[in-house]
Design a protein around this ligand. Structure first.
Ligand code: SF4
Length: 463
């Protein structure tokens, strides 16, 4: 089955799944209210967005300089920096470190970049025990599922479903109490933290000025990941760079506001490398893996390079009517929703993933929600155009040629309208049958009746 047919099949099922829709609506029910309240605590949210976009623009325009600065500073404190051009290289680097350390168990905090390179599969294939320690990630890992959302990995599940999962997988007692469910996960995870050989994290930002990474989280699990195992590996995309430490004064509250409607996430930690002489905690070794994986190709795309501004807040997913109806897993990609539809064709191939750019009403809610002003809905249109130009389909070519002829010949256009008005009632007679010529549209939508009179005719007739 192709990616597009998988997507279409799953989207059809999910769009009719009212239970799923109810769960997602409930999960996001208070999000917009909380987010808007937090936005109000900025003197001007719009100015903050503009500044954030300009800061990321500067960071990306001088990425060569900032990456070298970041690397030099963090290496000076004993961190080993590795450069990975591809997902396969990143996996190999990490597997080599794991092998050198003779590690058997790994504890991992949430990192979408690790999902992007399918790191868990590679580690498990090598016989390692990998445990996700973010609560949502832990839940989806127990279900052998990918994260549903880049910020809320298990938002598609009810408390009852999580309780059943914990009873089955962890032998816990049934409960619907969120606090008790959290404690069950905590008890299971605490042992893993204490025995892990290696910790793996992602990073939200990498600061060039100080050579530090910044991790923002709500559970403290990333902190424990960085504090307990002797060896640490942080995997991050090269676009995570921010020029100055002071930029975090904008980006940390902005990420929390747009992502979860919080003023700040509970834990915001800066890491500058392994334990230094005289320090009492921290890992003995720290490795940073800087991942390209097609990011430099996107950087070279003058039209869409701002997609690299993304701070993975998830706001565009939360407001997207398509995401809310078809759900995160339907996309079949690491990054779902509008940003996923924009960047996946760059990361995994335009022709295989162009259908995601068609799964949009182009309402622009994503662009409006994006804190770093990525022009998301226009990028979806550009992907559609690029796909059509690079590999035109016969159907598309014929369709557009016919349209050009109609649009250039008003008499033919007027005649076609008349025919359409006469034949549309006939289409109603066959609607829902295999003989319906508009079947692909009417299967899931109503075909609106053509107006009895066009605007042009109405204008002419009113004299
Ligand atoms: S594209 Fe914008 S709104 Fe969407 S996740 Fe990235 S930063 Fe957030």
């Amino acid at each position: 089955m192709t990616f597009v047919s998988q997507f279409m099949k799953q989207a059809r099922v999910m769009a009719g799944d009212l239970r799923h829709r109810k769960i997602i609506r409930a999960a996001l029910g208070n999000y917009e209210i909380a987010r808007d309240q937090r936005k109000a605590s900025f003197q001007s949210w719009e100015s903050a967005r503009q500044l954030a976009a300009e800061t990321k623009w500067d960071a990306l325009n001088h990425l060569d300089k900032y990456l070298v600065e970041f690397t030099a500073k963090i290496e000076a404190r004993g961190t080993k920096v590795h450069w990975a051009s591809t997902a396969a290289q990143a996996r190999t680097i990490i597997l080599q470190i794991v092998e050198e350390k003779k590690a058997r168990s790994i504890i991992k905090s949430k990192a979408m970049t690790a999902e992007e390179i399918h790191l868990n599969d590679a580690l498990e294939h090598a016989g390692l025990n990998v445990v996700e320690n973010d609560l949502g990630e832990f839940i989806v890992q127990l279900r052998h599922e990918a994260p549903y959302h880049i910020v809320f990995p298990s938002m598609h599940l009810t408390r009852g479903e999580i309780s059943e999962l914990f009873q089955r997988e962890l032998g816990s007692a049934p409960t619907n109490d969120p606090e008790e469910l959290t404690m069950i996960a905590r008890r299971a995870l605490r042992k893993k933290f204490l025995t892990a050989d290696i910790g793996i994290t992602g990073a939200n930002f990498a600061i060039a000025e100080t050579g530090m990474i910044s991790i923002t989280e709500n559970e403290g699990n990333a902190r424990l990941t960085a504090a307990l195992p002797k060896t640490m590996i942080s995997l991050l995309g090269i676009e995570k760079i921010l020029p100055k430490l002071g930029d975090l004064a904008l980006f940390l509250p902005m990420l929390a506001t747009a992502g979860t409607g919080q003023q700040l996430t509970c834990y915001n930690t800066m890491y500058g490398g392994p334990r230094q002489p005289g320090e009492s905690d921290g890992p003995e070794e720290w490795h940073i893996v800087l991942l390209d994986n097609h990011r430099t190709e996107l950087l070279a795309d003058a039209e869409q390079r701002d997609a690299l501004h993304c701070i993975r807040c998830g706001a565009c997913l939360n407001v997207c009517p398509i995401f809310r109806n078809v759900g995160g897993h339907t996309y079949g990609t690491t990054y779902s929703g509008p940003i996923g539809s924009v960047i996946t064709p760059h990361l995994r191939g335009l022709q295989d993933w162009k259908h995601l750019s068609n799964a949009s009403s182009l309402c622009g809610a994503c662009t409006e929600a994006c804190p770093v002003k990525i022009d998301l809905h226009h990028h979806l249109l550009q992907n559609r155009r690029n796909a059509a130009v690079k590999k035109p389909t016969l159907k598309g070519q014929l369709g557009f040629k016919a349209f050009v002829q109609l649009a250039n010949h008003p008499k033919v256009w007027a005649f076609a309208k008349k025919i359409a008005r006469i034949t549309q009632p006939l289409q109603k007679l066959v609607e829902g049958t295999p003989f319906d010529p508009a079947k692909s549209w009417t299967q899931t939508r109503n075909l609106p009746p053509l107006a009895k009179e066009s605007f042009k005719d109405w204008w002419r007739n009113r004299k």
